[in-house]
Design a protein around this ligand. Structure first.
Ligand SMILES: Nc1ncnc2c1ncn2[C@@H]1O[C@H](COP(=O)(O)OP(=O)(O)OP(=O)(O)O)[C@@H](O)[C@H]1O
Length: 318
């Protein structure tokens, strides 16, 4: 199946991405270690990627960079051959869509800028999004089980989130970046949403990257799992391969990777301490990135002392 998907042009191409959060002057502090380092990844139409990694691994940062929210070199991240930061038509057209943390907090607007907690109906919010086909709108209302008469200031958090997700998916995206948006959803809403998203990839060839810590019901969802640790890509593995090499559930498998990562990190810190170095001085030791392949013993190969220190020229402008 992976071979089939790869016959088309890539949708997302990340090449040796390096990114450092800026200091107060908008530039990376001198001598700072890149948060994301030497990260390469190529995705094709139909890919449904789960982006996994421990807290602080860099998942949100990566999604935001792909979504054009942080400026990086144009050649480092391309969506349909274009940089989302430099070519805003990618997002304004709805081809590239990012539903994440900021979106959860701030993008609470219908097409006519009505805050999502105002005394306004779900219907007004949803029908306020322009350029949408009625069929898609009806389908999403059904998938998210939205009652159009809900008043947004009186509904529960989960109900409000359902309206918001419905609005966020109204335009038929080609690449969708999801930063854990399902936390408030009940089991049914989450399962139906995941099913809808899978269909979008299978029938329309959409590409989805979904960062999450909730693995319930995801066993048969992803086509690939992307594992990030310390801002570095550890591997991209087809889900079929994961099932082949691990007889544990997806959650237990990821748990094992993260435990291994933590143990190695503790070992590294112990080593540094024993050498009289500050335990936390460096976030990660550098290694090359593996693209679209399983690298056995990946974490073990992040040998201490092989710093891959790169000064980034990134700046966050939005
Ligand atoms: N605006 C910022 N300025 C400076 N550092 C930041 C900023 N945002 C995030 N970071 C740092 O970048 C690192 C990666 O954060 P990021 O939010 O990408 O991780 P994550 O994998 O999404 O984590 P989580 O699973 O907790 O959501 C963290 O160490 C964090 O402290």
């Amino acid at each position: 199946m992976e071979e089939e998907l790869e016959k088309s042009q890539p949708t997302v191409e990340i090449t040796e991405l390096s990114f450092t959060y800026p200091g107060i002057d908008g530039h990376p502090p001198p001598g700072s270690t890149p948060m994301i380092d030497d990260f390469s990844l190529t995705l094709f139409p139909g890919y449904r990627c789960l982006l996994v990694g421990s807290n602080g691994a860099g998942k949100t940062t990566i999604l935001k960079i792909i979504g054009g929210k942080h400026m990086v070199d144009q050649n480092m991240v391309k969506v349909f051959g274009r940089s989302a930061f430099h070519d805003t038509a990618l997002t304004s057209s709805g081809d590239l869509s990012y539903l994440g943390g900021e979106w959860r907090r701030e993008v609470a607007f219908a097409g006519f800028e009505v805050p999502i907690q105002m005394d306004v109906s779900a219907e007004k919010m949803i029908f306020g999004v322009a350029g949408v086909t009625p069929q898609r709108r009806d389908e999403l209302i059904k998938v998210l089980d939205v009652d159009l008469s809900w008043r947004m200031h009186k509904v529960s958090d989960g109900q409000r989130r359902r309206v918001q997700i419905c609005m966020g998916l109204l335009k038929p995206f080609k690449v969708l970046l999801l930063d854990e948006i399902t936390v408030d959803l009940d089991v049914l809403a989450r399962a139906d949403l995941l099913k809808f998203l899978k269909k979008e990839c299978e029938e329309r060839g959409a590409t989805i990257i979904y960062a999450t810590h909730i693995f319930d019901g995801l066993e048969d969802w992803p086509s690939h799992v992307v594992y990030v640790a310390h801002g570095k890509l550890q591997f991209v593995m087809p889900m079929s391969k994961i099932k082949e090499i691990s007889n544990l559930s997806l959650m237990r498998t990821v748990e094992r990777w993260l435990r291994k990562e933590r143990e190695e990190e503790r070992e590294r810190r112990k080593d540094r301490k024993a050498k009289g170095l500050p335990e936390y001085e460096k976030r990660a030791e550098g290694t090359r990135v593996i693209n679209n392949g399983w690298a056995a013993g990946r974490l073990n190969s992040t040998v201490a002392g092989q710093e891959n220190f790169v000064l980034s020229s990134n700046r966050v402008l939005r």
